[in-house]
Write a new protein. Structure first.
Ligand code: PMP
Ligand code: GLN
Length: 406
């Protein structure tokens, strides 16, 4: 009998770090600052809208492109934040989370062997999606500590086979928002080489001092850009898995060609609730942002007090901290030790890199958590620092480094 198992394209990716760290958090009874999932639910009015949709309307498939009221709400909200107009019937595809939209874009737009430029650190589904679609990922490193786009490095990654550039801002995991200079560099390269730009803007509502602006609003970009959004991020229901792609008609039609066979549609009642969500007044978003700003400040202050130095992120709900004072060989070793001996789960950002060594002194902490969870985790981190930090009575034990390869 043959040995049945994952194919050679997917095998190198192993298990996603989110499943792994969440399982370790459960095993060790740790507070989970790893996976980017709030430990609170989104607004009650949305739950009510979903319940009402289950009760009152058909539980059958939604329209393949997305419920009409949702695609309308998506373009209206996007017009409000970007000033750009899109056609709700033609230019939107509702998917099972942005994760499906990413894969749909690759499946629909790449020919075998086409290259996609990804910036590392990257959300871990990006390279896997490229590879599943038969493409080739070309990696450009955003060098720590600035995590800025370097135009020369970007240009060096472009070849005649480059078809697409994937950009994520606000950025997971660094929390950076692209500045004007970086945006201009991306536009120059995308236009010069006639690339499709997949702009992952799932953290579009999670900006603090610097306002997020869509890349699609730059000159020459609208016609080549697919913008991704996610209800999970903006309304704290990650498990509802409602996401979307907005793009001019030819690109949207291509994405739809893959979506119709990947999932056909996202769950109907949750789409109905998402339509209600996206018509929320500005006050919702203002409160959402100010709550997150407070969580960010609480976390950053606390991490610094534990000797985990970090910059306050400009956007997203992640902070990258430096764990150097604990003396571990790398980020995987630190996170494994911390979850077991410190009772706090975090993400080793090496999972977001091809060049894993670049992340070895970093740890990603999620602050989409209740104040009580943040405070509890900070207390645990402080006790951990007293026990294992440099200068503490070193009980520290070096764990063998694990470096999964992509
Ligand atoms: N892009 C980025 C950068 C993310 O962090 C996430 C997190 N899940 C996603 C896409 C996927 O979003 P969704 O949960 O809607 O699939
Ligand atoms: N995007 C989330 C994160 O970065 C998690 C997504 C997932 O669990 N697949 O933490």
């Amino acid at each position: 009998m043959r040995s049945f198992g994952v194919n050679s394209r997917l095998k190198p990716f192993g298990a996603t770090i989110f499943a792994e760290m969440t399982a370790l958090a459960v095993k060790h009874g740790a507070l989970n600052l790893g996976q980017g999932a709030p430990d609170f639910d989104g607004p009650e009015f949305l739950k009510e809208a979903a319940i009402k949709a289950i009760r009152d309307r058909s539980g059958q498939y939604a329209r393949m492109t997305g419920l009409p009221e949702l695609t309308k709400a998506i373009v209206e909200r996007f017009e409000k934040t970007s000033g750009l107009t899109y056609d709700a019937e033609r230019d939107v595809v509702v998917t099972c989370g942005a994760t499906e939209a990413i894969l749909d874009c690759m499946l629909a737009l790449l020919e075998p062997g086409d290259e996609v430029v990804l910036f590392e650190p990257f959300y871990d589904s990006y390279p896997a999606s490229v590879v599943m679609a038969g493409g080739v990922a070309k990696i450009v490193t955003l060098e720590a500590p600035g995590f800025r786009v370097d135009e020369a490095a970007l240009r060096a990654a472009i070849t005649p086979k480059t078809r697409m550039l994937l950009v994520n801002s606000p950025h997971n995991p660094s929390g950076r928002i692209l500045d004007d200079e970086e945006r201009a560099a991306i536009v120059r390269v995308a236009v010069e080489f006639d690339l499709i730009v997949l702009s992952d803007e799932v953290y579009e509502e999670l900006w603090y001092e610097t306002r997020h602006r869509t890349l699609a609003s730059e000159p020459g970009m609208r016609e080549r850009t697919i913008v991704l959004g996610s209800l999970g991020k903006s309304f704290s229901f990650t498990g509802w898995k409602v996401g979307w792609a907005i793009a001019p008609a030819p690109l949207a039609a291509a994405v739809r060609s893959a979506h119709q066979f990947a999932s056909f549609c996202a769950p109907t009642p949750l789409q109905a609730a998402a339509a209600v969500a996206l018509t929320a007044p500005d006050a919702y978003y203002e409160e959402f942002r100010s709550e997150y700003r407070a969580r960010r400040d609480r976390m950053v202050t606390g991490l610094r007090a534990c000797g985990l130095s970090c910059e306050a992120p400009q956007g997203s709900y992640f902070v990258l901290a430096n764990h150097g004072r604990f003396g571990f060989a790398d980020d995987f070793a630190f996170c494994r030790h911390l979850v077991e001996h410190g009772g706090v789960a975090a993400i080793p950002p090496g999972a977001f890199y091809l060049n894993k060594a670049k992340a070895k002194s970093l740890v990603r902490i999620a602050f989409c958590k209740k104040d009580a969870t943040i405070d509890g985790a900070l207390e645990r981190l402080s006790a951990y620092a007293a026990r294992f930090g440099r200068g503490a009575s070193s009980e520290l034990k070096q764990e063998p480094a694990r470096a999964p390869s992509l």
